[in-house]
Ligand binder design. Sequence first.
Ligand code: C2O
Ligand code: CU
Ligand code: CU
Length: 492
Amino acid sequence: MGIKFKMMILMFSVLFISACSDNNLQSSEEVSRSSSVETLNNEHVRHDEVVSLNDSTGEHELNIPPMLEPDYRDDNRVEYTVRAQTGETEIFDGTKTKTYGYNGSFLGPMLRLEEGQTVKIRTINELDEETTFHWHGLEVPGDADGGPHESLKPGAEELIEFDVTQEASTLWFHPHPEGKTAEQVYIGLAGLIYIEDDNLKSLGLPNVYGVNDIPLILQDRIFDESKQLFFNAAIMHDGTIGDTSLINGTLNPKLTVKREKVRLRLLNGSNARNYTLKLNTGDSFVQVATDGGLLNEPVTMEEITLTPSERAEIIVDFSQLDTEKEMALVNEDDSVLLPFDVSEQGGETSSIPEKMNDISISEEELSMPVKKQVELYGMMDQVTINGKKFDPERIDFTQEQGVTEVWEIYNKTDEMGGMIHPFHIHGAQFKILSRNELEPPKNEQGWKDSFSIHPGETVKIAIQFKHKGVYMFHCHILEHEDNGMMGQIRVE
Ligand code: C2O
Ligand code: CU
Ligand code: CU
């Protein structure tokens, strides 16, 4: 997309937002209808249209989320306190934006866990509204999962406890209150969880946090004239898409790296935007991990698509690239998300072993009958799963603890063609068996907890729950989730 066109969209969106925030009493539907801006307007955005992001000027060094200091830690146990808070953040120089954050004003810290550890987390709601603490991708008992049933009132706290029974991976946490998830994430509630294990430590992948092991939380936002995040003005019912890119909450970020292998832990933390990431030079990189763990082998790629809530770990080898050129991580339309400032300094020599993990799909799993069928359908606030909207009182499925089942998820097209839905299941990591009966791409042959599903596509997964309880499954376009594109499974 040409620069001019991008500028036009930007100008229009600024006008659009200011029109919206002038009248807070107007419902967002009315705002949409009365708006003359077609590009950011729900009813006119085609499902597959890309709203461009700004090019990062690189004027701010990328913020690295702090590692949360445990209240207690020994080899077998770790204890943390996580507070949901309101605050103000200087996203734009010299201006304060009202935000939410965990243990801080915006986004959250990184919680480090080890496989085999017993974990206690004291969760405290210091917001003026209800919230929950959901651990996305973590295999925990239903009552520790932080779904909509575990809502905490303002001022309330809760202690949760669980054992880490899963392998090294990059997970995240965010709120999940019924009907309010999109807004709370949008204003800033999202944090990271790293799980480590012996296998990971033995591999020698880049692992110096903030130096050659860098989390990138990708989010898009719409700021109004006064640089605030007014969700009610910005909301789009098919998922709020912004024109401003933030990475780890940093506007116009750049990342300074040495000439070494750098591991980027990518998280699509946006409400609705899909990213297709690549290097501006066209150079390839390797993907080493999916949502829930390492791949068996590194997969060489030139671009990677992440739909909301998906993660991937990739390694860019700056010691092998022609860093005379300006390098950057860019989006599919070439908007510059993260310029790299490559110093002449050499760094660590780390390796990417040919064999990293041992996850396989058995013949048995491939021949299992389908036990659960999930049909995703609709758009805007007319979204359903198997023809129904979320009802907290209704259990849609049951499954036995520790038993593998095959689920078949189908994205039914609508009159407008339909749209991609990112599908997520709580409380388990699962394997993608097939996409439209074909083997999934190599970089999806690892543990997953979310995946994209295209209109008309059928995806089969093999899933087992290690714990009991009630878990959500839903579309991770957060507005779709809030609009009821969510169901519940009871594991017994
Ligand atoms: Cu990222 Cu229901 O969760
Ligand atoms: Cu989740
Ligand atoms: Cu959806």
